[in-house]
Design a protein around this ligand. Structure first.
Ligand SMILES: *Cc1c(COP(=O)(O)O)cnc(C)c1O
Length: 230
């Protein structure tokens, strides 16, 4: 049996130690517990153990679970690939959408947010490893994407998200995290309004410590909290 509380305590301790070691404040990094394909009971166990942020990847699965859990104190993050025709659910159920990577999707999210009287917090997913199998805007298109969507009134562009290629040695992810920071700085240099760029969503079970050292403000950890997904 996976001991969710033990795992959460351990990860939280590691986050604090890593942040402290690189002179970052203890509340600079949010832990997002990635609960895709995990049961409502396991999510409730994690809430009981103190988790307040959860990440889900699949709209239908997420909507069902969020409705059952019905806990207003939880912050839900959408971290999966999002199709425009599901944007209305993402807007209705999620405080943050981490995976905006094209203008059409941004436009639809903006439209749905307007309908819901909401300013939707979004992050732009960048395909930092230029991998064909992964979603995300191309690195060289990142600024252009911001240029095209920063005027959308019901979006708040909060930062960038990436998923580097998987390596056995987390050190190998470091250069990708650095690259995401550079893209963020380039975007900030443009001084767009409505673009806060205060967040970097990077780091998973295998590499979250390296990601924190490179400036991550949101780590998305699944396996190390809930056990493997089979
Ligand atoms: C599944 C997933 C995670 C969590 O990965 P783990 O290796 O289980 O920690 C993080 N981010 C995204 C986008 C995911 O799809």
């Amino acid at each position: 049996m996976t001991n969710i509380k033990e795992n959460l305590d351990k990860i939280n301790r590691q986050i604090l130690e890593t942040a402290k070691a690189c002179d970052r404040s203890s509340d600079a990094v949010k832990l997002i517990a990635v609960s895709k394909r995990k049961s409502v009971q396991k999510i409730k166990d994690a809430i009981e153990a103190g988790a307040g942020h959860f990440g889900e990847n699949y709209i239908q699965e997420a909507v069902e679970k969020i409705d059952i859990i019905a806990d207003e104190s939880i912050t839900w993050h959408f971290i999966g690939h999002l199709q425009s025709n599901k944007a209305k659910f993402a807007v209705k159920y999620f405080e943050y959408i981490h995976t905006v990577d094209n203008v059409k999707l941004a436009k639809e999210i903006n439209k749905q947010a307007k309908k819901n009287n909401k300013i939707q917090k979004i992050m732009l997913q960048i395909n930092i490893g230029e991998e064909l199998t992964k979603s995300g805007a191309r690195v060289e298109n990142a600024i252009d994407l911001v240029k095209q969507i920063h005027g959308f009134e019901n979006l708040s562009i909060e930062g960038l998200m990436c998923m580097p290629p998987f390596f056995d040695d987390p050190e190998e992810a470091r250069s990708y995290f650095r690259q995401l920071v550079q893209i963020k700085e380039k975007i900030m240099d443009e001084n767009f309004d409505t673009v806060s760029m205060c967040h970097l969503s990077m780091g998973m079970s295998s590499d979250f410590k390296v990601a924190i050292e490179e400036g991550s403000t949101m780590v998305r950890v699944g396996t190390s909290i809930f056990g493997s997904r089979d």
